[in-house]
Design a protein around this ligand. Structure first.
Ligand SMILES: Nc1ncnc2c1ncn2[C@@H]1O[C@H](COP(=O)(O)OP(=O)(O)OP(=O)(O)O)[C@@H](O)[C@H]1O
Length: 228
């Protein structure tokens, strides 16, 4: 599904954020992208979402070269990827329902589809009954579940989460991981950038480790040592 060939990213200030990465992620996989702060995890997720362009190398999403997409194809790519962020990025003046609905509105979905799909997504993340609440009225864990509902409501092929538990306590983090696991069991590919080593070690999933922008380890049922 995702294929990176010799991908490097050098920011304009000269920082080499990602260096010569080769990586293949297949449909249906659950992958943790780990590494210390500054290792290049966020940059890699931004490259896959094509929010950033690599300085060199090639990136394919479903056999399409994402560097050669026209505007329409770029929108199609983003429709197939649900992003989840550390800081939730909810719209504060919109309710839970409206936040999730917005993801479909920007895709031009009809009101009928929105009325049908938003409650389903909210039920999937366990937020039925919270439709009319505003983000500030929710706990961090609930806000992140809205973030996940917003990502899954588009029925993406891939969920790309950047440090999704960074603002959550351990119990809430676990609940979120169980949610990602359920989404993955239903067939969605899940890639999570994190330095939550305790969660990674308990989940026993594929672990791709970055250090100083380099891919240093790629293991099935991998682990991540504390402080690494
Ligand atoms: N827009 C930018 N301009 C210049 N340098 C950047 C930019 N974004 C990131 N960097 C640098 O690139 C390197 C990789 O950063 P990145 O955010 O990808 O790492 P990370 O592994 O996600 O870190 P963290 O866990 O702290 O989020 C770091 O040295 C960072 O300072």
């Amino acid at each position: 599904m995702i294929h990176l060939f010799n991908v490097s990213k050098v920011y304009p200030n000269g920082t080499v954020a990602v260096f010569d990465i080769n990586l293949r992620i297949n449909k249906g996989e659950f992958v943790f992208l780990v590494g210390p702060s500054g290792a290049g995890k966020s940059t890699l997720t931004r490259l896959i979402f094509r929010e950033q362009l690599p300085t060199s190398g090639q990136i394919y999403f479903r056999e399409r070269n994402v560097l050669r997409l026209r505007q329409r194809e770029l929108l199609a790519l983003r429709r197939q990827i649900g992003m989840v962020f550390q800081d939730f990025r909810l719209l504060p003046r919109k309710t839970v329902f409206e936040n999730v609905a917005f993801a479909l509105e920007v895709l031009g979905r009809s009101r009928r589809v929105i009325r049908e799909q938003v409650p389903l997504a909210l039920a999937q993340v366990g937020l039925t009954g919270k439709e009319d609440a505003f983000p500030a009225e929710l706990s961090g864990g609930e806000q992140q579940r809205v973030g996940v509902a917003r990502a899954i409501v588009k029925k993406p092929l891939l969920i790309l989460a950047d440090e999704p538990t960074g603002n959550l306590d351990p119990d809430t983090s676990w609940e979120l991981m169980e949610l990602f696991e359920r989404v993955n069991r239903d067939g969605t590919t899940v890639v999570i950038a994190t330095h939550a080593w305790d969660i990674v070690n308990r989940m026993r999933k594929r672990v791709v480790a970055l250090e100083n922008g380099r891919l240093v380890r790629d293991e099935e049922q991998g682990s991540y040592s504390h402080g690494a």
